[in-house]
Design a protein around this ligand. Sequence first.
Ligand SMILES: [Mn+2]
Length: 328
Amino acid sequence: MNSNFLTPPMHSFAGLPVCRQLDDLEADIAIIGLHYVSPYPQNPAILSPHPAVETAPDAIRMQSSRFIGHLGHYDFDFNDVLLPDPRIRLVDCGDVDRKTADGRQNPEHITAAVRTILARGAMPIAIGTDEGGFIPYVRAFEGCRELCVIHIDAHIDWRNERYGILDGYSSGMRRASEMPWIQSMAQIGLRGIGSAGPQEISDARLFGSVFIRARDIHQNGIHACMEKIPVTDQYLITIDADALDMAIAPGVLYPSPGRLTFDETTDLVRTLASKGRIAGISLFEVRPERDINGLTASTAAQLIIHFIGTMARYGNYNRIPRLPQTRH
Ligand SMILES: [Mn+2]
């Protein structure tokens, strides 16, 4: 694969080794930054007081720098060291299409990069600013069997189009539902008023999407809600930062009162990892220009560190030889 559209990170995530040539990737988990921009006309209601000068991958890596050299430390969320087997191979692959100012951004680069990571046998953890980047990301999973999208967000993102645009951040789950390799979907953390009208709700339900509101989690607990999640071989987890409590993730385009807490979010991912294979994780919609003291990026960095610890436990990396995929 031509990797000319990849830029090595200035500072890698938590000081991890950097992969400069994806074709040579040797890793169990690969971090990759995405720089997709939804081609929507600017909405004056959400214009930032300052233009975006920093992207989510940069901001999250910057906040992760305080954990350089810490990944072997004890993590009280696991009551154990973060990485029980330090041989797990963690790599930062840098950014796809980092320089987009000339308008020559190509979503196919995202698909190609993620597909190469998968072909090399690594699990991609994608960090991106604009959630429209989920669309080319999920295209890379073509050919995967029985994939269930777990979408953690305050909103459902089922618009067919907005301003005539099909591939924007309001349409990610609609586009994913149209891909034959996406078999099922659960949407978790829903609340408040968003871009969905009755048509979007009924289309999502017709597809079979399972709605789990933030309220349902608070009232019934994670485990009761998890029983509604489709049983499948593989989960593809994607998170919009606005799913989280505004107190720990204020830097988002659509702040939504009603929160998922940090613990609820990590418990969700940990419970999923105990039920099935995690094919990939992506985290979008950290908007550094709206952030307060880097708090949202810091929360995102610590989520990713927790996900690495989760995968180190449930991904069976190194400690147990990987079994060949069984066909049913
Ligand atoms: Mn959202």
